[in-house]
Design a protein around this ligand. Structure first.
Ligand SMILES: [Zn+2]
Length: 485
């Protein structure tokens, strides 16, 4: 753990002072002081609200911004372009939005732009069996392309005159589309990983992990953030997570959100692996391994909405007493604490609580999980009483098919996991989230596993599965941003 009083810059290791203090300290026995700077741990451009002036000095903050943030935000902006008006940020930035990819069924190169999948270049395909010619081009280019291409083909072979012509100007996103948002970005993997490394390292440092313990992300010799092959994707390896990820966009009224979890997983040797789970827009989910041989346990979680709260007016003067009581209940204020003489004070407290609620962007992850577990248990119980069938979609949001498809072993895992999430007092054990899962041991028993350690072990084996999952997550997010229009 680092010494709070020490307060040195994460990157250069030099003592930081306030700008106002700099004059008095400037001739302090040759000591090299740096000016502290307010660092956004999740980038401001994507609505990050967690800030601290105990992390980086002004010059290192600006160096890291140039070295990492600019490229990272550029990659992310392809996805977040549409969210610009609703992102909860303090300043405006620039962005671009185009992703290359492949439409798998037709093997056509595509561009993903403005939430549309369009052909990248004009192309054609001939099927002699079906006697069809398929033309691919974006809508503006189709007319000219069709004229020239058909003429060219018929000159070569007059049979083509009888072929049916099909035009494709846009692909259905629900088809198999593989997006390759790394294309055209040099050192894509490095830039993408360093973005997550920066967030994870700063969050760990904020929570007291010392510079010397950040062995996998911080090069102390060269004062640099480094990629040591320690960033890997999260995917729902356990069934509880799988069911949750399938429905969270429906359950969470704070979707999309940013979440950071700093935690340790026990190693077989008695030490711990220190990880940070970084989730941006409830969509981009990665683990960053910070230290494989850490000395003590730690758990810190931060979660916030990525979007602005909608501002509504409160015209409290127009409220009658009954409406005030109802508002108080929404704002969790107890009206019986105020006598009838204190009605003005009551109103004042309501206004304060209302304003507070409007500016609150924090997400209570525990409350979300509690809601999910309650829906899950109810639905399993309903299924077991044969009250649902595959045509039924739950009024309570969790898609019926997932529950119906679960076999007995899976259902037991779900119920065990739900039980593990609840403390004796019935409150949520948040330390379990993204850190552990229950799995059948192949016999009649069940065991608890570390989520990141198990994912690390089978990254290669589950490569296709992980890709499919990322595609699914991105699709949900794309649909969400589409609906914003
Ligand atoms: Zn510095």
């Amino acid at each position: 753990m680092r010494n709070e009083l020490e307060n040195v810059c994460l990157l250069c290791g030099k003592q930081m002072i306030d700008r106002t203090g700099s004059l008095n300290m400037s001739n302090n026995g040759g000591n090299d002081f740096k000016i502290r700077h307010k660092e956004h741990i999740i980038q401001n451009a994507i609505g990050g609200r967690l800030k601290s002036d105990t992390i980086l000095c002004e010059s290192c903050g600006s160096d890291l911004n140039v070295a990492i943030d600019v490229d990272f935000l550029n990659i992310l902006s392809s996805f977040t372009e549409k969210m610009k008006p609703v992102i909860n940020k303090e300043r405006n930035g620039k962005s671009k939005n185009r992703i290359n990819g492949l439409h798998i069924p037709s093997n056509q190169k595509i561009l993903y732009t403005h939430n549309k999948v369009i052909p990248k270049k004009p192309d054609h395909k001939i099927c002699d069996r079906l006697k069809t010619i398929t033309l691919y081009a974006r809508v503006e280019a189709m007319k000219g392309f069709r004229k020239a291409k058909i003429k060219e083909l018929i000159t070569k072979n007059s049979d083509y005159e009888n072929y049916k012509i099909q035009e494709v100007t846009e692909f259905d996103y629900d088809d198999l589309v593989s997006l390759n948002f790394s294309e055209g970005v040099s050192d894509f993997n490095q830039k993408w990983s360093l973005g997550f490394i920066k967030i994870a390292t700063e969050f760990a440092y904020l929570n007291g992990v010392s510079r010397v313990d950040l062995v996998r992300t911080l090069d102390l010799q060269n004062n640099k953030l480094i990629d040591t092959g320690n960033v890997f994707p999260y995917f729902p390896i356990g069934v509880f997570d799988l069911a949750y990820e399938n429905s969270r966009h429906l359950i969470e009224d704070t979707f999309p959100s940013h979440t950071l979890i700093l935690f340790t997983s026990a190693n077989e040797t008695g030490t711990f692996s220190l990880f940070c789970y970084v989730e941006l827009f409830s969509t981009f989910q990665f683990y960053v391994l910070l230290n494989d041989n850490y000395g003590s346990e730690i758990h810190e979680i931060y979660s916030q909405k990525a979007t602005k709260n909608e501002k509504t007016e409160l015209n409290i003067e127009t409220y009658d007493y009954k409406e005030l009581i109802s508002l108080a209940s929404d704002l969790e204020i107890n009206p019986s604490e105020f006598t009838i003489d204190q009605i003005d004070e009551f109103r004042h407290q309501l206004i304060l609580a209302f304003e507070n609620k409007q500016s609150n962007y924090k997400v209570d992850k525990g409350a979300t999980l509690e809601k999910y577990i309650s829906i899950l248990s109810k639905n399993i119980a309903m299924r077991d009483c044969n009250k649902i069938d595959s045509t039924n979609t739950f009024s309570e949001l969790l898609p019926a098919k997932y529950i119906l498809e679960f076999d007995e072993e899976t259902t037991i895992c779900l119920l065990l996991e739900s039980k593990e999430y609840l403390n004796d007092e019935g409150s949520i054990n948040i330390k379990r989230y993204r850190t552990k899962f229950v799995e059948s041991d192949g016999g009649h028993g069940y065991k608890t596993m570390s989520t990141p350690i198990e994912i690390m072990k089978c990254l290669k084996r589950y490569d296709a599965h992980i890709r499919q999952y990322c595609h699914y997550k991105f699709d949900i997010f794309a649909k969400y941003t589409n609906e914003l229009l």
